[in-house]
Design a protein around this ligand. Structure first.
Ligand SMILES: Cc1cc2nc3c(=O)[nH]c(=O)nc-3n(C[C@H](O)[C@H](O)[C@H](O)COP(=O)(O)O)c2cc1C
Length: 383
C-alpha cells in the first residue's frame, strides 16, 4: 500500500505490530472521548487563503525551546519505542537528528539516554516521570546531565495512570510475562518478532542496575507504572527547579491557572497536553484551550502543544494560535513501527511537505511570518 499520509502510517503499523502494542499506541483512556476530541478540535478553526501573495518556497525553520530548528514540530516523549521496533529509540532519534529537530526520550524507554547520545546524537531532550524512589530519580537526572541534555520535561498529568481499556483486555502492563493470547498475537507478526529478537530480549537499559524492577521489558513496565510517585505536587516542581540548571518544561498543562503556576514555579516552557487522550477522559481538546492559555501566560512562559497532530494544517493552526512549537506522539510512533528510521523520516517528510504547501497557499513566506500574523490568519469555523 502506498503511504500518502499519517493515517496510512497508522494502518501500516496496525499490519506490522502485535495487537497488544498497536492498541497501546492507538488507544486512549475510558471511553476515548478526549482522544477523539483532540482530532475534532482542529475542525473548529479554518485557515485563511491568500492568493499570489508569496512567490517563494516557504522557510519552515523557527525557534522553540531556546533554539532554532529546521521545522516547527519535533518528536515528543513516547514510551517503549524499542518494543515497536528493535532499537526504536535510536532509530527515531536518528531520524530527528537528520531532520534537525529535537527528540525527547521518555523515562519509559528501552534504550538509555547514554546509548542515544552515543548512537544517535542530535538535540536530545529527556522526559522524567517522578518515581517514588528518590535515588532513582537522581540517577535518571545524572544520566541526562552526563548525556549533555539541556532540556528536561516533567510530565505532570500522569500521577495516577488512567484505565486504558484496550490495555486491560490485552493484559498490557498487568502481565509480567507474555500470556498465551499475547504470544499468539506476537507469533502472528513474524516481521516484528524477528526484528525485535535480532536486537535481543528487550529490557529497560536505565534499570540495568535495578534487578528489583524485574527482568524483561514487560515486567519492568508493570513495576515502573507501580513506582510512579502518586503524591507528586508543586513542591516537587520546586525541588526539580532547584536541582536542574537546564531548561525545565512542564508537560501536561491544560488550564490557565496551572500554566501560570508552572511559570511561577520557574518553568521555562509548558506543553499543553492531555497525554493524547490517554489520561483524564472527558477533558477538552488541547487546541481548544490553547488560545486562553496563551492569552493568560503568553509572553511570560513559552507555550508548546501536543495532541492529535496528524496534518500540516493542524500545525499551522496551533502556531497561529500562539504555540511556539508542536510535539508529535503517535504520528511518529506509528511510522517507527511501520518502517523504522526510514518510516519516521517519511512521516517527518509528509508533514514537512504538507506544511510547505499550506503556507504557500496561505501566501506566507515562513513559519516566523505565520507566527507574527497570529490569529489574523485563522478564524473560528461556522458551527
Ligand atoms: C504509546 C504512547 C506512549 C506515551 N508515553 C509517554 C511517556 O512516556 N511520557 C510522556 O510524557 N508522554 C507520553 N505519551 C504522550 C505523548 O508525549 C503525547 O502527549 C501524546 O502522544 C500526544 O498526542 P498524539 O499521540 O495524538 O499526538 C505517550 C503517548 C503514546 C501514544
Amino acid at each position: 500500500m502506498t503511504i500518502v499520509n499519517i493515517d496510512d502510517m497508522r494502518d501500516a503499523a496496525k499490519r506490522r505490530l502485535p495487537k497488544i502494542f498497536f492498541d497501546y499506541i492507538d488507544g486512549g483512556s475510558f471511553s476515548e472521548s478526549t482522544l477523539r476530541a483532540n482530532r475534532r478540535g482542529f475542525d473548529a478553526w479554518t485557515i485563511e487563503q491568500r492568493v499570489l501573495a508569496s512567490g517563494r518556497v516557504p522557510d519552515l525553520s523557527t525557534s522553540y525551546f531556546g533554539g532554532r530548528h529546521a521545522l516547527p514540530f519535533m518528536l515528543g516523549p513516547v514510551g517503549f519505542l524499542g518494543l515497536y521496533r528493535g532499537g526504536g529509540e535510536v532509530l527515531a532519534a536518528r531520524a530527528a537528528a537528520a531532520a534537525a529537530i529535537p527528540f525527547c526520550l521518555s523515562t519509559f524507554s528501552i534504550a538509555s539516554i547514554e546509548t542515544l547520545a552515543r548512537a544517535a546524537g542530535g538535540d536530545l531532550h529527556f522526559q522524567l516521570y517522578m518515581l517514588d524512589d528518590k535515588a532513582l530519580n537522581e540517577e535518571l537526572l545524572a544520566a541526562a546531565t552526563a548525556a549533555r541534555v539541556a532540556t528536561l520535561y516533567l510530565t505532570v498529568d500522569c500521577t495516577v495512570t488512567a484505565i486504558r481499556e484496550r490495555d486491560v483486555r490485552n493484559a498490557f502492563r498487568s502481565a509480567r510475562r507474555p500470556t498465551p493470547a499475547m504470544l499468539a498475537s506476537m507469533l502472528s507478526r513474524p516481521g516484528w518478532l524477528f526484528d525485535l529478537l535480532r536486537h535481543g530480549m528487550p529490557a529497560v537499559e536505565a534499570l540495568k542496575a535495578h534487578p528489583e524492577f524485574g527482568q524483561g521489558a514487560l515486567e519492568q513496565a508493570v513495576n515502573l507504572s507501580r513506582r510512579m510517585d502518586r503524591t507528586v505536587s508543586w513542591a516537587e516542581v520546586d525541588w526539580l527547579r532547584g536541582r536542574w540548571p537546564g531548561r525545565l518544561v512542564i508537560k501536561g498543562v491544560l488550564s490557565r491557572e496551572d500554566a501560570a503556576r508552572a511559570r511561577d514555579a520557574g518553568a521555562d516552557a509548558i506543553v499543553i497536553s492531555n497525554h493524547g487522550g490517554r489520561q483524564l477522559d472527558g477533558v477538552a481538546s488541547t487546541i481548544s484551550v490553547l488560545p486562553e492559555v496563551v492569552e493568560h501566560v503568553g509572553g511570560t512562559v513559552e507555550v508548546l502543544i501536543d495532541g492529535g497532530f496528524r496534518r500540516g494544517a493542524d500545525i499551522v493552526k496551533a502556531l497561529a494560535l500562539g504555540a511556539s512549537g508542536v510535539l508529535l506522539g503517535r504520528a511518529y510512533a506509528f511510522a517507527l513501527a511501520a518502517g523504522g528510521e526510514a518510516g519516521v523520516a517519511r512521516a517527518i517528510d509528509i508533514l514537512r511537505t504538507e506544511l510547505a504547501i499550506t503556507l504557500a497557499l496561505m501566501g506566507l513566506d515562513s513559519i516566523d511570518v505565520l507566527k507574527a500574523a497570529g490569529t489574523s490568519v485563522v478564524r473560528r469555523a461556522p458551527r
